[in-house]
Structures are given as structure tokens and as C-alpha cells.
Design a protein. Structure first.
Ligand code: SF4
Ligand code: SF4
Length: 276
């Protein structure tokens, strides 16, 4: 069984040094943002493909029958790895203070940050392959789908579902629990992005230091007050429609970028597990 600390150290070095994690003259919205670093050091989680919680994700109250198990993606797979890249203070602070509109730093985090997340995932894949492992990244696989109805399948809420969910996978892999705003609260907070892969190498699992889906959320309601379109409530959590409509608006206003993330910044769970 392999230890995760080697992978985590390598990914941390990559995140610190790779040029893709820093804005440059070509992509910065304004000159003062050149050199801005998008992400801080990563967190990595792991779970065996046989973990019973993966099967539980097929329940209608979780993702649903359409969720594909790790073994469906990779029959010879042994471990699911999930990693979290937390945004830097510069990205979070800017979005925490910019009123209703997304801060330029956050727009960069959403778009250039997504490109770098893909780079980091490719780096992790290469690293494991150098250890003689085989890797599948479900969200890169042709079988992956989201927000579409696959042939012959009907879902009442199909527009907002997928057959692999990074936040659910991160929960199973020991990285954290859900918040009222439906983000995942990790030891490094809620503001950041997740990716995952499946490998045939056996890595030590990361123990889940929680029992319930929402253990790290204090239900403080700060994310409710931060949302510009009242998409979050104590009763129903986050409603997808108003959130998606607001993201559509930002896409029109800030094309080619978009984003919001107000519920993830300026809140007690932004950068860590909030105190009870
Ligand atoms: S802001 Fe408060 S209620 Fe909202 S997800 Fe974070 S801890 Fe939970
Ligand atoms: S991303 Fe923005 S619009 Fe969507 S729930 Fe969070 S604060 Fe509201």
C-alpha cells in the first residue's frame, strides 16, 4: 500500500511553482493582477473503490441510480483520489468585498483556475503513471455527462445532475462535509475547486473525521445573506435555478469569464472548518 504524503508533496510543489497558477500579461484582466497566484497548497483525500459510501451515492436522495461507481469507470481500479485546490487569500478577499458583482480575481479563479485545475490533474495522473499505475479521470472520459438527459433516462432535476460528482467524491475520500450552500467545507475551507481520479494502485485511505453529510456546517446562515439572488435558505439549502440564472447573467456581463462565489467568500467556512 502506498502513502499519500509523497503524492501530496509533489502536487504541492507543482501548485507552488507551475506558471499556470499565476496570471500573466496575456490573461490578466488588468495590469495590477499580473502575477496573482490563484491557488494555495492542495489537500488530497483517498478511498478504496469498494467503500460502501460510493454505492450509497446511487440512492435518489444522494446523486441517483445514474451515478457510475468507480468500478464502472475502471474495473481494475483500487483507489479513488480526490484533491482540493483552495483559492489564495488575494482571490477570496477580493470577492468578499466586491458587493454583488464577482471580483476580477474570482473570475480568474473560475476560468484560468479551471485550466490550472486540469493541469494539476494531468500532473497527478503523470506522477501515478510514473509509479507504474494506470489512471482514469472520470470527467475526461467520453462516458461522463452532466446537465443532459442520457438516452432513455428521465430525471426530474436532470439539468443539474451528472454521473460523477467531485464534491460527493471528495466527501467519501475524507476531504470534508457539505455546507448549506452545497459547497464542500474542507480543512482549508469551502472556497476552491475539486478534481478526482481513479487508479489501479492501492493508496492508504484518508479517514473520514465526520459522520454526517453536514457535520462541518454550523448553519450560521452567512451564505444566505451573501447570495445576491436569495438562492439559499435554511429550509431548502441552495436552489439551482436562481443561482444558474445569476451565473448566466455574469456570463453575459463578463464574457469570456463568469462566476459568483459570494456564498463561499466572506463567510465563516471560507478558509477552514468554522467553530461551533
Ligand atoms: S456560511 Fe455558515 S451556513 Fe453557510 S455553508 Fe458556511 S457554515 Fe454553513
Ligand atoms: S454562487 Fe452566487 S448566486 Fe449561486 S448560490 Fe452562491 S452566492 Fe448565490
Amino acid at each position: 500500500m502506498k502513502h499519500l504524503n509523497v503524492l501530496e508533496a509533489k502536487l504541492t510543489d507543482f501548485v507552488c511553482q507551475a506558471s499556470g497558477n499565476y496570471l500573466n500579461e496575456e490573461n490578466a484582466i488588468t495590469k495590477d493582477l499580473i502575477g496573482l497566484r490563484i491557488y494555495d497548497a492542495p489537500l488530497i483525500g483517498a478511498a478504496p473503490v469498494s467503500d460502501v459510501l460510493f454505492e450509497a451515492l446511487k440512492k435518489p436522495e444522494a446523486i441517483g441510480e445514474h451515478f457510475m461507481l468507480p468500478k464502472d469507470w475502471m474495473p481494475e481500479g483500487r483507489t479513488v483520489l480526490s484533491f482540493f485546490l483552495p483559492y489564495t487569500e488575494a482571490v477570496k478577499l477580493a470577492n468578499a468585498r466586491d458587493g454583488r458583482e464577482p471580483a476580477p480575481e474570482w473570475l480568474h479563479g473560475r476560468i484560468e483556475g479551471q485550466s490550472f485545475l486540469t493541469e494539476a490533474c494531468a500532473y497527478l495522473k503523470d506522477t501515478i503513471e510514473h509509479m507504474s499505475g494506470t489512471v482514469i479521470v472520470p470527467t475526461w472520459d467520453p462516458r461522463f455527462w452532466k446537465s443532459e438527459t442520457p438516452k432513455g433516462v428521465e430525471f426530474p432535476d436532470y439539468e443539474f445532475t451528472s454521473n460523477w460528482s467531485e464534491r460527493h467524491i471528495a466527501f467519501v475520500c475524507g476531504l470534508g462535509t457539505f455546507g448549506l450552500s452545497r459547497g464542500l467545507i474542507t480543512k482549508a475551507g469551502i472556497a476552491g475547486r475539486f478534481a478526482s481520479l481513479i487508479t489501479d494502485l492501492e493508496f492508504e485511505p484518508v479517514p473520514r473525521e465526520y459522520d454526517g453529510l453536514y457535520d462541518y456546517c454550523t448553519n450560521c446562515g452567512a451564505c444566505i445573506r451573501r447570495c445576491p439572488v436569495n438562492a439559499i435558505s435554511f429550509e431548502t439549502g441552495k436552489a439551482h435555478e436562481p443561482c444558474a440564472s445569476f451565473l448566466d447573467y455574469t456570463e453575459e456581463a463578463y464574457a469570456p469569464r463568469y462566476g459568483c462565489g459570494k456564498c463561499q467568500t466572506g463567510v465563516p467556512c471560507e478558509s477552514g472548518i468554522p467553530g461551533k
